[in-house]
Design a protein around this ligand. Structure first.
Ligand code: NAP
Length: 255
């Protein structure tokens, strides 16, 4: 047995986490920074929240910088990488986390709603990876945040679920393409996580109903997802690629 020591698993690595100003993305940024990575905290508009994420990392002794780029608009990936390039000269870990909810039964979704959800949730990750490939170092990691709504039918989330389905297929395809460079590509599918995306959770009854989906009878917390991403981003996950890891607290196991 070799000597036991605990070097930071991501020391010397640079990570980009989209949508890291709040919610799951913030928690992922904190986790990757705690593991030693220097983290690009991407966000759309909430300067104060992005600053809070960066400050929390720095106060804990980590390294981070904020980059602003609205996704879902023409040229979004170029804008993001231009901002990134001002701070770093390459990336080892890309976490496509930023996303928006797009509730609606099929007959309720307008063409504009559909286009917006797909532009942010599916098109932006596609082009962030495409335009980031020259910056992503061999042996790197891509983690795409999907959702449990691709496995169980949620008729009230048609366009959102379809956009996440696209992300999962992209994950599979990229894993094949990028394997030759030693880059792993995986998805993580959270169940219901307590973040700003769910304002309805302020209602205790609604929150309890959502908790009942999990075998643990609680809604998830951002850290429940961030720790899974931390594993996939680490050297420990070198032999895992093209997978979609469920992080839903066993939601729907009994159905
Ligand atoms: P959230 O709390 O609403 O945070 C969203 C983050 O994404 C913020 O950092 C926000 O930046 C950024 N963002 C939103 N729209 C953007 C845009 N157009 N361009 C750039 N950045 C944008 O969301 P969350 O609940 O943490 O969700 C994170 C990811 O997990 C999403 O992909 C979501 O679909 C997925 N997910 C969430 C749950 C859940 O139950 N929460 C379950 C399954 C999957 P600003 O702060 O600047 O607005």
């Amino acid at each position: 047995m070799s000597r036991i020591d605990t070097p930071a698993k991501l020391a010397g690595k640079t990570a980009l986490v989209t949508g890291a100003s709040r919610g799951i993305g913030r928690s992922i940024a904190l986790r990757l920074a705690a593991d030693g990575a220097r983290v690009a905290v991407h966000y759309a508009a909430n300067d104060a929240a992005a600053k809070e994420t960066v400050a929390a990392i720095e106060e804990a002794g980590g390294q981070a910088f904020a980059i602003r780029a609205e996704l879902g608009v023409p040229g979004d990936a170029e804008t993001l990488w231009r901002a990134f390039d001002e701070h770093a000269d390459g990336v080892d870990i890309i976490v496509n986390n930023a996303g928006i909810a797009g509730p609606g039964l099929i007959h309720e979704v307008s063409e504009a709603d559909y286009d917006r959800v797909f532009a942010v949730n599916a098109k932006a990750p596609f082009f962030i990876v495409q335009k980031g490939l020259d910056r992503l170092r061999d042996g790197g990691r891509i983690v795409n945040i999907s959702s449990g709504v691709t496995k169980v039918a949620f008729p009230g989330m048609t366009s959102y679920a379809a956009s996440k389905g696209a992300v999962e297929v992209l994950t599979l395809t990229l894993a094949q393409t990028l394997g030759a460079r030693g880059i792993t590509v995986n998805a993580v599918s959270p169940g219901t996580i307590e973040t700003d995306i769910h304002p309805w959770m302020a209602d205790a009854d609604a929150k309890a109903a959502a908790a009942a989906f999990s075998v643990f009878n609680r809604v998830g917390q951002p850290g429940d997802v961030a720790d899974v991403v931390g594993f996939l981003a680490s050297p420990d996950a070198r032999w895992v690629t093209g997978q979609n890891i469920d992080a839903s607290g066993g939601s729907g196991l009994g159905i």
